[in-house]
Design a protein around this ligand. Structure first.
Ligand code: 5GP
Length: 196
């Protein structure tokens, strides 16, 4: 099979809130050798926009009613509920990207990562990102927005504990104790898959 017709890979990055997974995914998109070849499809969510987030760039922010409609119309491949809000992967995003020979990077929770791995066992590569400690993760959440209500920080930290116990089921597990180091490691995983 020529390189042109080869299907792309799906990189799924998971990790607790404050692990830095979104930053890592975004930085992969701008790597000179990967630019244009790796795409980050935008999930739907019913959660409110955080300061600095952009509609259609960070998420496609929709109402609960709209999310239900998308589900009924089978426009969502997999979905999850996280702290009272819905999140869903657009159905056409995976096939469209990998069939073109491009690669996709998603930030999904545990159930999303398990779904993609099962649906695309040959194409999916799962990466779990751990914060160096829960305390550091908490500080990062607070830095992200000082408007995050304390009860949400508490709930995110409680989920983080559960998420950390699942790290072993991923293909790779990285510790984000240094952003440049962990981005370099993520880049190596991506390059190794693409150029093998
Ligand atoms: P956040 O509110 O921090 O942006 O996202 C909460 C959690 O939902 C994170 O673990 C994030 O990776 C996950 N997530 C975001 N979009 C999706 C999606 O489309 N499907 C699944 N399964 N998880 C998602």
């Amino acid at each position: 099979m020529s390189l042109k017709t080869r299907k792309g890979f799906i990189f799924v990055i998971s990790g607790p809130s404050g692990s830095g997974k979104t930053t890592i995914a975004k930085r992969l998109l701008t790597q000179p050798r990967l630019k244009g070849r790796i795409i980050k499809p935008v999930s739907f969510t019913t959660r409110p926009k955080r300061p600095g987030e952009k509609q259609g760039k960070d998420y496609c922010f929709v109402s609960a009613r709209e999310f239900d409609r998308l589900l009924k119309e089978k426009k969502i491949l997999e979905h999850t509920r996280y702290l009272g809000y819905d999140y869903g992967t657009p159905r056409d995003s995976v096939e469209r990207v990998i069939n073109k020979g491009q690669h996709a990077v998603f930030c999904l929770d545990l159930s999303g990562a398990a779904f993609i791995k099962k649906a695309y066992p040959d194409r999916a590569i799962t990466i779990f990102v751990k914060p160096p400690s829960l305390d550091v993760a908490k500080k990062r959440i607070l830095l992200r927005s000082n408007k995050t209500p304390p009860e949400e920080v508490y709930r995110r930290m409680r989920v983080a504990g559960e998420e950390l116990r699942s790290a072993g089921s991923y293909d790779y597990c990285l510790v984000n104790d240094n952003l440049n180091k962990v981005i370099k490691e993520a880049k190596e995983i991506v390059r190794w898959a693409i150029y093998q």
